[in-house]
Design a protein around this ligand. Structure first.
Ligand code: ATP
Ligand code: MG
Length: 373
């Protein structure tokens, strides 16, 4: 039986990757010019995959990829950069070299629970981060670049704002990076507003320090053709118009479309023509897989947040302060609705596109509707 070709929740490459011709060409030419670039887009829009795909194409540069997701301290920041370096450099020689640049790094042995293999990993002990640790590690990156050219990607860059001295740390990073005009730095981030704050707020050390590229669905070259070909691998076909229906409920987000298509694949068989009925079954399949998460979310909401979320699922998020919404929610004061919306955004259940509030997880919205909550 043919394996499900739809991949989601992970970086996609090779045959799993749908080309983004113009955007890739643009990014390659920026990299060749050494132009520092911000890649911004919604969650699951394909930023990380684009970076890997583009730098793996013949730019004759190595990718130093560092993921800042969830960093909370300066030590975490250094650790993530070291981890990135570990993936391109040989362990033993790396450790000898890197400690020359950051003397307060300590080296410990850790055992990979999956493979059981021991490895040496350099890290900073708690509360030992100093500004020199950051300048030191960037000096080390510069040293690596001189040996063989690098493209440096800092992914989930907005999470630098979690750091206690976020602005000061960004200032150090920026002042050191600006002297590395031969290295191309890519900064990717999923939360538009925060990335905006770092690169467009005049008070930010990174103000206008990089060019911005938007990663959105419009740059996917013929995504419907790509999806159709993937279905064809398992002798399945989408009924006319069904791709648009899938894309609509997923707000054209590639990650969500792939997730729904994976469910469509799992709930159908070779030779099937997939119809609206199959679409409904696939949605139920997705709900089933995600049910526990949905229930946890609901149990963590205040009564007002819950009402606002459910009303938004029904009426959409274009005008949640207008009369119809207020009436349907039964909440008397628009200020209370506004406060609930702000909390729901902070909880990352909703996000803003222009003035429209959208569900981060479109399937959660459909589940609320399905349950008639
Ligand atoms: N070019 C592409 N071709 C096919 N599918 C894609 C492509 N880009 C993204 N996807 C889909 O979106 C998912 C998420 O991709 P990726 O992790 O690259 O996005 P991201 O923007 O970095 O997401 P996040 O904000 O969660 O880090 C992939 O697993 C895949 O399902
Ligand atoms: Mg990513």
């Amino acid at each position: 039986m043919k394996q499900n070709p739809f991949k989601y929740g992970q970086v996609v490459t090779g045959k799993d990757y749908c080309k983004r011709g113009l955007l890739e060409d643009e990014l390659i030419s920026l990299i060749k010019r050494g132009q520092n670039t911000v890649l911004q887009g919604e969650r699951r829009a394909g930023k990380t995959s684009l970076i890997h795909q583009t730098v793996s194409r013949p730019t004759s540069q190595r990718l130093l990829y560092c993921d800042f997701l969830g960093i909370k301290t300066g030590e975490d920041l250094i650790q993530r950069i070291v981890q990135g370096i570990e993936t391109i450099e040989q362990q033993e020689s790396l450790i000898k070299k890197v400690v020359r640049f950051i003397p307060n790094l300590t080296v410990s042995v850790s055992i990979d629970p999956v493979t059981g293999t021991p490895s040496l990993s350099p890290s900073l002990a708690r509360n030992t981060y100093r500004p020199e640790s950051l300048t030191g590690i960037i000096d080390f990156i510069s040293h690596l670049h001189q040996q063989s050219p690098l493209v440096v990607a800092f992914d989930e860059f907005q999470d630098c704002l979690n750091l206690k001295d976020a602005w000061a740390t960004l200032a150090i990073m920026r002042s050191r990076i600006q002297f590395e005009d031969k290295i191309c730095f890519l900064f990717a981030g999923s939360i538009r507003n925060y990335m905006w704050k770092i690169f467009q707020d005049p008070d930010s050390p990174f103000f206008k320090s990089a060019l911005t590229l938007d990663v959105d669905a419009s740059s996917l070259d013929n995504f419907s053709g790509f999806i159709t070909r993937q279905f064809r691998k398992g002798k399945r076909k989408l009924e006319k118009g069904l791709f648009d229906r899938i894309a609509d409920v997923c707000f054209r987000n590639p990650g969500d479309i792939q997730q729904l298509c994976a469910a469509l694949w799992d709930t159908t068989q070779e030779g099937d023509l997939i119809t609206e009925k199959g679409f409904s079954q696939a949605l139920v399949h997705v709900f089933h897989n995600e049910l526990r998460g949905y229930e946890t979310i609901l149990s963590d909401l205040s009564p007002q947040q819950s009402v606002v979320l459910k009303t938004l699922a029904r009426l959409g998020g274009v005008s949640p302060l207008a009369g119809e919404f207020v009436q349907a929610s039964g909440i008397a004061h628009t200020s209370s609705i506004k406060a609930a919306l702000t909390r729901l955004v902070a909880k990352r259940l909703l996000f803003l596109v222009g003035k429209e509030y959208r569900f981060v997880n479109p399937f959660f919205r459909l589940w609320l509707l399905h349950k008639r909550y």
